[in-house]
Structure formats: C-alpha cells, structure tokens
Design a protein around this ligand. Structure first.
Ligand code: PGA
Length: 235
C-alpha cells in the first residue's frame, strides 16, 4: 500500500468532507486526512477504522495568551496524529525556516508525526539543488518518524508536474541525503503537486516514493475514488 495524504486546505464545507470520508474503506491505515482546524473534530467522529487524522498547521507556542493559535496539545486531544509543516503556501506568507523549526519542536513535544514539505520553483537537478531541498528541513535528530513531501512549487494546483523520471531522481537523491543526516529517523518520502487519476499509478509504481500528498484531486469525488483504489493496491 502507498500512503495517501489528503490536504483539504481552506476549501469547501463539512457536508463535502463527510461524504469524502465516507468513501474511504475501513482498514485504510495508510490514509491521512488533513482537514482545516474547525473540521478536525467532526471528521474524527466519522473516520473509518485505521484512517489517520492530520492537521494543516500548529502554533509555535506551547499555550497561553496567543489569540487565534492552536497548540500541538490541543491537536493531540482532538485525535490528530500527524501535522503538516513547511508547506510552500505557508512558507510564502509567514513560515520562515526558524518558524518551521519551532513548529517541528512543538509537534515532537506531543509525540506527533511531522509531515514536512520542501520544494523549489524548478525541478532540482544538481546535487546543490538537492542539498538546498534537504536544508529546507529542520533537524530530524530528535524525530523517530517523519514524512517528507517533495512538492515543486510550480506543480501545486497547476496541473503541471515534473516527469516521472524527474520525481524518481529527486526522491532517490533526497532520501540518500536525509537518511545519511538522520539515520535514526524512519523517513517516508512522498511526492505532492498536481497528483490526479492520470498520474497516480505511475507515481505509486516508483520504488523511491512511499506515497502522495494530494490537494485539489482529493476534493473531487471521482478523482478521490480513483486515488483511494490506486493507493490501496500499490505496493
Ligand atoms: P495539489 O496540492 O494537489 O492541488 O497540487 C498539493 C499540495 O499543495 O499539497
């Protein structure tokens, strides 16, 4: 099975989410649903057996007078096991490397599992590019398990992706660098950016790729059904 992560961003409504969740078969233990914060609780109540719950962001603060913030402890209490951090949509607004690092610390302090995104606005082709990608990820020295999502910025929400060979090449090289830097961390390497029913089989067939992080296609019933089936049968 391949990991299937659905990042719903700030889209749609509760009714749609409940329908999409109802389409996931019981036992889909490599599926992670990542709703906007207000929907985490209602979605948690209807999650099929084994399906995991993620959050799209977390506060850098442990607790206290920080209006609007949601802490890692709160997420954990709501049933969240995985937290997305370093998505390019957040890096481009407020999340500097330092902020991503502080969020990672909060995630680990609650024994949650980070999903860390990295990507640049071109296909990384040189070893220098790969090092630059790896440098976008804060230290995983204290981390037992992490998901790393390679998400080229130009591929997010555009329908454009690197070639399958390019995805394979980057994931392989990135894994070599990260595994040598953090030998104790179990790394799950994902691809994200315009994954859909036309490219999912080819992506899942890559031995370098442990799964996908999907935005838009995870909100479309037909696409979602296809993605669920494809990730279940991929090995
Ligand atoms: P997309 O988004 O599938 O809509 O390209 C992916 C992501 O932002 O994680």
């Amino acid at each position: 099975m391949s990991w299937l992560l659905a990042n719903w961003k700030a889209n749609t409504d509760l009714q749609t989410y409940l329908k999409l969740v109802s389409m996931i078969p019981d036992g889909s233990s490599t599926t992670i649903i990542i709703p906007p914060h207000p929907y985490i609780w209602p979605v948690s109540k209807v999650l099929p057996a084994g399906v995991k719950l993620g959050a799209q962001d977390v506060s850098i603060f442990e607790s206290g007078a920080h209006t609007g913030e949601v802490t890692s402890e709160m997420l954990k209490e709501m049933g969240v096991s995985h937290v997305l951090v370093g998505h390019s949509e957040r890096r481009s607004s407020s999340d500097t490397f330092g902020i991503v690092d502080r969020k990672l610390s909060r995630i680990l302090s609650e024994n949650l599992i980070p999903i860390i995104c990295c990507g640049m606005d071109k296909v990384p082709s040189t070893q220098e590019d790969i090092t630059q990608l790896a440098d976008m990820i804060p230290s995983l020295d204290k981390c037992a398990e992490a998901f790393i999502a390679f998400e080229p910025i130009f591929a997010i929400g555009t329908g454009i992706t690197p070639s399958i060979e390019q995805i394979d090449d980057v994931l392989k090289k990135l894994a070599v660098v990260l595994r040598s830097r953090y030998p104790k961390c179990k790394l799950n390497c994902l691809y994200g950016g315009s994954v859909n029913s036309n490219n999912i089989e080819k992506i899942n067939a890559l031995s370098s790729c442990d799964g996908v992080l999907v935005g838009s296609s995870s909100l479309n019933e037909k696409q979602w059904e296809h993605l669920i089936k494809s990730c279940k049968i991929s090995s």
